[in-house]
Structure formats: structure tokens, C-alpha cells
Design a protein around this ligand. Structure first.
Ligand code: ADP
Ligand code: NI
Length: 195
């Protein structure tokens, strides 16, 4: 799939210098998760190409990573012009603008649901723990023992995600990653010397 190489090259250029858990390899893992979910979900409206592209580029318009979002959208439209028609480009833009947890928006489009679940899976488990600590470090936060400590993020977001998955496959994949994070926190408190 030649078009995917072109998209990957773009995403690599855009996210290569990120150290907050949103780099090129996050994008590749989201693509991989989305493929896993798609294989199991039965729905006539699933569009492979839309899902692959949205998975790869979803963080290229994240306001935490880019200050000029209009500029990012322009770059994406330019990239996609030779690959998708206008309706498809609009669908991709809508998906990547709506999947953020912080937006807290209920998603009904199956392609968006799959990309959203794929992104959320990468916030969970061993990888989720690593990304969270990386994000905290980049934002000068300690893991624990200060007001905005990174550990709070587990309770504010990460441990809630398994109940917010849209697809059955996403839910199943989320369960073991959720349990791993709970085990991690339990072990952390044990080593820290709580009870
Ligand atoms: P979304 O795209 O769903 O809004 P984010 O980009 O905010 O999600 O979060 C992606 C990942 O970045 C999180 O799963 C987490 O690992 C990390 N992250 C985001 N916000 C924080 C935070 N306040 N503290 C620690 N990690 C964070
Ligand atoms: Ni993401």
C-alpha cells in the first residue's frame, strides 16, 4: 500500500521530535490496534482506508503538540488530496478532530469509534504507563508527591478508559491492560511503603 508509506513519512516528520508519548511509534501502534479491532468487528460501514489514515495522522492536529492547528489541517489536506476524495478527506478530518478524550464527545461513526478505541488502547497497559511518565517528565512533573503529580492521571483518565471503549474488541483488549495498570499501582504503593 503505497499511500500508507506516504502518510507514514508525513507523520514521521511531524511527530519525530515529540518526547511526550505522542511520537511516530504511537501512531504506528494505533494503526496496529485499529487493524486488530477491524478484523473482529462486523459492520458494513467500516472503511479500511479511512481508518488506516486517521489512525496514523490523528495526533498531527493535537493542540498539545502544535500551536497552529489551521496550518496542520492545511498540511493534512494537501497530503490527502492525491489519496482521498473530498468527502473522505472531510471524514478523516472529522474523525481526528473528535476522538480526543478531553473533548468528551460521544462518537457514533464506526470508523471514528475504531480509531478512538485504538488510540485509547495505547493509553493503557505497559505502554500507557510509559507514555504517561514520559508526558509528565516533558511537562516537568514528578511522578508522585506534588500537586499535579503524574500519578493523578491514572485516576483522572487512564483507569476510566476501559468503560469508555466503543467496540467489543476494544473492550476485551482494554481489560488486560487495565488490570496491568492496577497491578502496577498496587506494586508501586507496596514498594513506596504504604500499608
Ligand atoms: P486524547 O488524545 O485522548 O485527548 P491525550 O493526548 O491527552 O489524549 O493523552 C494521550 C496520552 O498522553 C495519555 O494517555 C497519557 O499517557 C499522556 N497524558 C496526557 N495528559 C496527561 C497528564 N496530564 N499527565 C500524564 N500523562 C498525560
Ligand atoms: Ni494518540
Amino acid at each position: 500500500m503505497e499511500y500508507l508509506d506516504k502518510i507514514k513519512e508525513f507523520v514521521y516528520q511531524e511527530l519525530n521530535n515529540d518526547y511526550s508519548g505522542h511520537d511516530y511509534y504511537h501512531a504506528l501502534r494505533v494503526l496496529n490496534n485499529a487493524k486488530k479491532i477491524m478484523l473482529e468487528e462486523k459492520n458494513d460501514n467500516i472503511n479500511d482506508k479511512i481508518i488506516y489514515i486517521s489512525s496514523l495522522i490523528h495526533d498531527c492536529i493535537d493542540h498539545k503538540l502544535f500551536c497552529d492547528i489551521d496550518m496542520q489541517i492545511k498540511k493534512i489536506i494537501k497530503l490527502l488530496k492525491d489519496i482521498l476524495n473530498e468527502n473522505e478527506i472531510n471524514e478523516v478530518l472529522e474523525i481526528i478532530q473528535n476522538i480526543s478524550f478531553s473533548k468528551n464527545k460521544k462518537i457514533t461513526n464506526i470508523n471514528a469509534q475504531i480509531v478512538c478505541d485504538a488510540d485509547r488502547l495505547d493509553a493503557l497497559g505497559a505502554i500507557g504507563i510509559i507514555r504517561t511518565i514520559e508526558f509528565g517528565a516533558v511537562h516537568n512533573r514528578k511522578f508522585d508527591n506534588e500537586e499535579n503529580a503524574t500519578i493523578n492521571h491514572f485516576y483522572e483518565k487512564l483507569l476510566k478508559l476501559k468503560d469508555l471503549m466503543y467496540t467489543d474488541t476494544g473492550k476485551t483488549l482494554a481489560n488486560s491492560r487495565h488490570q496491568f495498570m492496577k497491578d502496577f499501582l498496587k506494586q508501586y504503593y507496596l514498594e513506596r511503603g504504604d500499608k
